[in-house]
Design a protein around this ligand. Structure first.
Ligand SMILES: Nc1ncnc2c1ncn2[C@@H]1O[C@H](COP(=O)(O)OP(=O)(O)OP(=O)(O)O)[C@@H](O)[C@H]1O
Ligand SMILES: C[C@@](O)(CCOP(=O)(O)O)CC(=O)O
Length: 493
């Protein structure tokens, strides 16, 4: 059976939380190796059946009707036990409407055939696996997480799952919308990497995500899902306003969502973490209510504009410098790989405050070390400013428990820095850790940090690293471990 598979990564906003809502400021976003996958296979009975096999009561069945020449209506097929999924329903409705507008009814009928079967799954990291580890009697470690089968069932309904904050809805929508755009012939599979295909996928996903959330956020999560790790400056919400206000669905989607539309004024500057460093996330088995945190912080900002302006300005300087410093490390690697790798070996065995202590360090290495140390200082300054923002606005941006976890973690040998990502609160926290070559003497930082975290109740690492692939990607079913098994198990039900 032919299958079309699209994946999109999750995200970690290392720096720029709250600020990135304002187009005057940027964020540093890392896309994660943890991804959402959408698999489309031919269906039957003129139905689009969408299944999320990791959840209980998560199959949604839709019919469609095309009234010539310009309207398609996607309706959920009612059944007493059917739950609703606004995100999935809107992705279908809006992407098929766009396909009808762009390619006409005959092409849309062809794309839908006798129906579509769609399976959606997310890597285990999007959901806390701590209960799984407990029930399997496994110690809390990266090795144990790797033993949990891919796309493991959560045992609960979608509304009740403990999320880790990696942006499940943005990754889900981006993979689903892009898969539908490919299925409908708006994106040729071999063109997906092109700038215009990616922009189309981004624009449609951004619109659907905003509509499903009922508001236009900064959109950094959808941008990371579409384009990969980046420095992100938001688009003006005005570009989407006509579509957000169009309750009758009569507005042209194509004129707003087309990649050529210059009103999409976001800035995406591709970025990667420095070589021989690793992103490491700590799930704290909780998850944040981002909209609530955002509304409180923005209310405080509006009521205290002078103080807020000085906090925002100071934070922005640190955030921008952190982005530049990380990019500079990659440049230093490109310029002198040997000196860079020797620096990582040295830094991996010492706490940051000891890094600059050797007066006999060769010049090229001490230059590298100074930049690593600068990155460390900046992450600490950002944490301190974020705590100040939280204190002033009465919001737990870096709650006391995370402060303890991060303080202990960032004083470990080989840890460059860390922080609370995005809106902060109880989402998984991040660290950037040195990864020295294997022949480096001594225990590397990663297992030492795992051991440290085992002393913190309710804390577990996640497998996620930085995504090697840039943004939304066409996959082969058999190349993704465990994916064919979940899709085929579903098909047998
Ligand atoms: N596996 C899935 N299958 C189908 N729909 C999903 C899935 N995961 C998420 N969703 C959709 O996304 C919605 C959750 O979106 P919400 O904005 O609350 O999460 P989020 O902020 O992206 O979460 P997080 O950043 O913590 O991962 C769900 O109600 C559902 O509609
Ligand atoms: C607070 C905010 O800037 C970041 C939220 O990030 P996260 O979903 O908590 O990772 C909100 C936004 O950018 O839409």
């Amino acid at each position: 059976m032919s299958s079309l598979v699209l994946s999109a990564p999750g995200k970690v906003l290392l720096a720029g939380g709250y600020l990135v809502l304002d187009p005057a400021y940027s964020g540093v976003v890392v896309s994660t190796s943890s991804r959402f996958y959408t698999v489309i296979t031919p269906g039957i009975n003129n139905r689009i059946v969408v299944r999320s096999p990791q959840f209980i009561n998560a199959t949604w069945s839709y019919s469609w009707s095309i009234s010539s020449p310009s309207s398609v209506v996607v309706s959920q097929v009612e059944s007493p036990e059917a739950s609703k999924n606004k995100f999935v329903h809107l992705a279908l409705q809006k992407t098929l409407s766009l396909a009808l507008e762009a390619r006409g009814p005959a092409e849309l009928e062809r794309a839908l055939g006798a129906g579509l079967d769609i399976t959606i799954v997310g890597d285990n990291d999007f959901y806390s696996q701590q209960d799984q580890l407990k029930s399997r009697n496994l110690p809390v470690s990266l090795a144990s997480l790797a033993e949990i089968p891919p796309f493991s069932p959560t045992g609960v309904e979608l509304a009740d799952v403990a999320k880790t904050g990696l942006g499940s809805s943005a990754a889900l929508i981006t993979s689903l919308v892009t898969a539908l755009l490919v299925q409908a012939g708006l994106i040729a599979p071999d063109q997906l990497a092109s700038a215009s295909a990616r922009r189309l996928a981004h624009n449609v996903a951004q619109f659907v995500h905003c509509l499903a959330q009922g508001k236009v956020g900064s959109g950094f999560d959808v941008s990371a899902a579409a384009f990969g790790s980046q420095f992100y400056t938001r688009f003006s919400p005005a570009v989407l306003q006509p579509l957000m206000d169009d309750s009758s669905g009569s507005q042209s989607l194509l004129s707003v969502l087309a990649p050529e539309n210059q009103a999409w004024d976001l800035t995406v500057t591709p970025f990667t973490l420095p070589p021989r460093t690793r992103l490491l996330l700590a799930d704290i088995h909780a998850g944040s209510n981002t909209p609530l945190l955002v509304s409180k912080v923005l209310k405080w900002r509006a009521e205290n504009s002078a103080v807020a302006h000085s906090v925002w300005t100071a934070l922005d300087q640190c955030n921008t410098s952190l982005g530049q410093t990380l990019a500079r490390l990659t440049e230093l690697y490109d310029r002198d790989e040997y000196a860079y790798v020797e620096t990582v070996r040295w830094a991996a065995g010492l706490q940051p405050r000891q890094w600059l202590a050797n007066p006999n360090m060769p010049q090229a290495q001490s230059t590298c070390l100074e930049v690593f140390y600068e990155a460390h200082l900046l992450t600490e300054q950002i944490r301190s400013k974020m705590r100040e923002m939280g204190k002033l606005s009465g919001v737990e941006i870096e709650p006391e428990k995370q402060t303890q976890l991060l303080d202990a973690s960032v004083s470990m040998a080989g840890v460059i820095g860390g922080g609370v990502p995005g809106a902060g609160g109880f989402d998984a926290v991040w660290l950037l850790v040195c990864e020295p070559p294997e022949d480096t003497p001594g225990l590397p930082p990663l297992p030492r940090i795992e051991r440290l975290w085992q002393g913190f109740a309710g804390v577990a690492p996640l497998l996620a690293q930085e995504s090697k692939a840039q943004g939304v990607t066409l996959e082969r079913l058999d190349d993704v471990p465990g994916l064919a098994a979940v899709v085929n198990a579903e098909a047998r039900v």
